[in-house]
Design a protein around this ligand. Structure first.
Ligand code: GUN
Ligand code: ZN
Length: 431
């Protein structure tokens, strides 16, 4: 359950969405602040002097002028793609066939799955990410490997068996029935155990027959509290392919909607090339879109319309999309989200970027009551950022006039060297 400890430093977190209200009204900044961590949870937050005086027997760990934030929440990753991240020269369909599917084939070996799960969680912890929503492979053992490793580390994670019964190579296809049976067995085994949740996971419409999509929809209807994750309208070629595979569908989203795979607990990765009807339906049902900016530029997918979709009231999370995304770091991901928005004519405020990487992603996955903030009563997942981690960053942040100017150089230029400490479930995980 972790030890009782007082973490002191500069605190920042969010109580509301800075896309829907002025950012000043959405954040809590405590320049000389403290977090009381007890029994794996945040027991209190406030001025360091006050909490120190109230809890004189609790050990204090002082982080000085480093920034204490909620641990980063990555709303869409493929942990099995860890070892093939940054693979050169392809667009989505070729990239899947050339790099992704051969790598995912290796997860037939449970020992390899366990090795990569541990490596992935080591790397993401080093980058300050404490929770993520991951695709696994078609192999049930890949789900067991990921959950077993996360459980040992006390992490809140969400994942599911990736289901594919067509347009994938031999050895990487299940069937409608086996996808249903295996997903159900994994869900019953893991959902709600410790900090683990199961997500029903059809990869995307091109790799599932209508029968398989229906089977996934039926499983979701039986377990509506589970998240369902998939991909939507990532590349123009993919959208055309879907039209050919589903000639009766009104659009890409309709291939999910017609099979019971559209709902408020649905997570739709990428969602770049959306038709007006798709946007309307996603908003009406309260589904969550997941922005994957390093992936969208790396694979050449397109520019997500953050400002337009947020203005329309969509729920949106932020994600690396490891390993289509080109970095494990949510700092780099926030930087890329800033750059993509600039290309669309909007400058996202650092408060909006940090909200997306913490409370925003936690809200998108329906868990902001447990993770993504520093609110008392929530789980003690914390990242501590050094805002002067390299000479290049230090010389810029030393000129800062306020906290936002101090943190923005780390968002744009920071990497794992900026991560001074990580706490997961009230226990030290790094630093
Ligand atoms: N669409 C279907 N599968 C994938 C995947 O593994 N990565 C990305 N970026 N897009 C996908
Ligand atoms: Zn993905």
């Amino acid at each position: 359950m972790g030890t009782d400890v007082l973490l002191t430093g500069r605190l920042l977190d969010f109580t509301a969405d800075p896309f829907t209200a002025p950012w000043q009204d959405c954040c809590v900044i405590e320049e000389d602040g403290a977090l009381l961590v007890k029994g794996g949870k945040i027991a209190a937050r406030g001025p360091a002097d006050t909490l120190r005086a109230a809890h004189p027997d609790v050990r204090e760990i002082s982080y000085g002028d480093a920034l204490i934030l909620p641990g980063f929440v990555d709303a869409h990753v493929h942990f099995p793609q860890t070892a093939m991240i940054a693979s050169w020269g392809k667009r989505l369909i070729d990239w899947l066939n050339t790099y992704t599917f051969p790598e995912e084939m290796r997860f037939a070996d449970p020992a390899y799955a366990a090795e990569i799960a541990a490596r992935y969680l080591d790397l993401t912890t080093a980058h300050g990410t404490t929770s993520m929503v991951s695709f696994c492979t078609i192999h049930p053992a890949s789900v067991d490997a990921f959950f077993t490793e996360a459980q040992a580390r006390g992490q809140r994670v969400i994942a599911g068996k990736t289901c594919m019964d067509r347009n994938a190579p031999d050895g990487l296809r299940d069937t409608a029935q086996s996808a249903y049976d295996d997903s159900k067995a994994l869900l019953e085994k893991w959902h709600g155990v410790d900090r683990i949740s199961y997500a029903i996971t059809p990869r995307f419409s091109p790799t599932s027959t209508p029968d398989q999509l229906s089977a996934m929809g039926a499983l979701w209807a039986e377990h509506p509290d589970c998240l369902m994750q998939t991909h939507l309208s990532e590349q123009v070629d993919e959208v055309e392919w879907v039209k050919g595979l589903f000639p009766d569908a009104r659009d890409y989203l309709d291939t999910y909607e017609a099979h019971g795979l559209l709902g408020a607990n649905g997570l739709y990765g990428h969602s770049i090339h959306l038709e007006p009807r798709e946007k309307d339906r996603l908003r009406e049902v309260g589904a969550a879109l997941v922005h994957c900016p390093t992936s969208n530029t790396f694979i050449g997918s397109g520019l997500f319309d953050m400002a337009g979709l947020k203005a329309d009231g969509h729920r949106i999370g932020l994600a690396t999309d490891t390993g289509g995304g080109s970095d494990f770091s949510m700092l780099r991901t926030m930087g890329a989200a800033y750059e993509v928005a600039q290309l669309r004519g909007t400058a996202l405020h650092p408060a909006q970027l940090l909200w997306l990487a913490t409370a925003g992603s936690a809200s998108a996955i329906g868990m902001v009551d447990r993770i993504g903030t520093l609110a008392p009563g929530t789980e003690a997942d914390v990242v501590v950022l050094d805002l002067a981690s390299t000479p290049a960053i230090a010389q810029r942040s030393s000129r800062a006039n306020d906290l936002w100017e101090a943190v923005f150089p780390t968002i744009m230029m920071g990497d794992d060297r900026a991560v001074r400490a990580v706490w997961i479930g009230g226990r030290p995980a790094l630093g």
